[in-house]
Design a protein around this ligand. Structure first.
Ligand SMILES: NC(=O)c1ccc[n+]([C@@H]2O[C@H](COP(=O)([O-])OP(=O)(O)OC[C@H]3O[C@@H](n4cnc5c(N)ncnc54)[C@H](OP(=O)(O)O)[C@@H]3O)[C@@H](O)[C@H]2O)c1
Length: 328
């Protein structure tokens, strides 16, 4: 490592540590107004529900009275996450098993949810992974592309088009600081060439994609009364961080946020409903405030929002043998 690299790393931690760790959460929290967290009568869907932030949101939403459907790929872990709650609250949580790295499995999940006829008040698109090595799915895609973005698109579009959202529903998309490294574009969404794969580049592109979808969905579905938000959880002590960023984990471990703290702005958004925006560059909600959508040189998009959405539609159409889009 060169001295320049070291200075860059030190600058990064000096700039962001106070804000993104629990130091920022607790400091800002001193000035937050209390807000009503009564979600009783509401039905919530939370993806990535077996660990970290997703599990934190499942537990909190159920404690605040919601009926929650926890979505994960591992039934044993889903049952264990529910069993951690006191029995009266655990009774509010059911689960759905789906491997969201696969279009077919996510499509089946959509069909089960639509088939249940039970409308949804909140969808938390939380599932997300950062890999070091390229992994291809049995459907031939880079795995995190589907987990981080394509499955969110398929699930959300499937629920909207299946008329599964109640009036005044909310959708919260969990992004990351990775988006600050990527402009809007499709080139790095599905990197299947091992020679070109870089996990952080792919992750950044997916996270920027969530910003694109948030603005797009407000534009096309806002008139149905659904509010779409993009949120950043801060730096949170989760299994995902431990495995994806081991050095970061060692440096920050003691001051990382709890999973509840990481999910708290999502809960606040669902409870308070600040104004939404149809602009994908409107910003990201972090600690109850909207923050800029760009920090570095990423403001020049490589494609339009329409081209971005058409790319996802074309991907889903491929998975259906080139016919109608799966989301339709
Ligand atoms: N933690 C942070 O500091 C941080 C910072 C910025 C953004 N975020 C974002 O916050 C979200 C949650 O992150 P986290 O740190 O809580 O992650 P985590 O602890 O790794 O949890 C990820 C969840 O996603 C599930 N999952 C992974 N692959 C799946 C698949 N193919 N199908 C269905 N479920 C799958 C995992 O299931 P298993 O339990 O079966 O593995 C787990 O429940 C992500 O979108 C992440 O990008 C986190």
């Amino acid at each position: 490592m060169t001295t320049q690299d070291l200075i860059k790393i030190l600058r990064f931690y000096a700039r962001f540590t106070p804000s993104y760790t629990k130091i920022g959460y607790m400091g800002r929290g001193l000035f937050w107004k209390r807000y009503a967290t009564d979600f009783s009568g509401q039905r919530w869907l939370v993806t990535g529900a077996t660990s970290g932030i997703g599990k934190g949101i499942v537990h909190a939403a159920a404690q605040y009275g919601a009926e929650v459907v926890a979505i994960g790929r591992n039934e044993t872990k889903l049952k264990a996450a529910i069993a951690e709650l006191p029995p009266a609250i655990a009774g509010r949580v059911t689960y759905e098993v789906a491997d969201m790295s696969l279009q077919a499995d996510t499509q089946r999940l959509v069909e089960r949810l639509v088939g249940s006829g039970r409308k949804v008040d909140a969808l938390i698109n939380n599932v997300g992974m950062l890999y070091t090595d390229l992994t291809l799915t049995s459907e031939g895609r880079e795995e995190t592309f589907v987990i981080n973005l394509l499955s969110h698109y398929l699930l959300t579009e499937g629920l909207v088009k299946g008329d599964m959202f109640n009036a005044d529903a909310v959708v919260v998309n969990m992004t990351s600081g990775g988006m600050y490294n990527a402009p809007v574009g499709t080139a790095n969404l599905n990197i299947t060439d091992p020679a070109k794969y870089a996990g952080k580049v792919a992750y950044g592109a997916h996270k920027r994609g969530q910003a694109v979808l948030t603005g797009y969905w407000n534009k096309v579905y806002g008139s149905r009364g659904i509010d779409f938000y993009l949120t950043h959880p801060g730096w949170v002590r989760t299994p995902g961080v431990k495995s994806a960023l081991p050095v970061f984990w060692k440096i920050q471990y003691l001051i990382l946020r709890s999973p509840y703290q990481g999910g708290e702005t999502a809960l606040w958004l669902a409870a308070t409903r600040p104004p939404t925006s149809e602009d994908h560059d409107a910003g990201v909600w972090f600690d109850h405030k909207i923050h800029p959508a760009h920090m570095f040189e990423t403001t020049t998009p490589q494609c339009t929002v329409e081209e971005f959405v058409a790319y996802l539609d074309a991907e889903l159409a491929k998975g259906q043998g080139g016919g109608e889009t799966a989301a339709a």
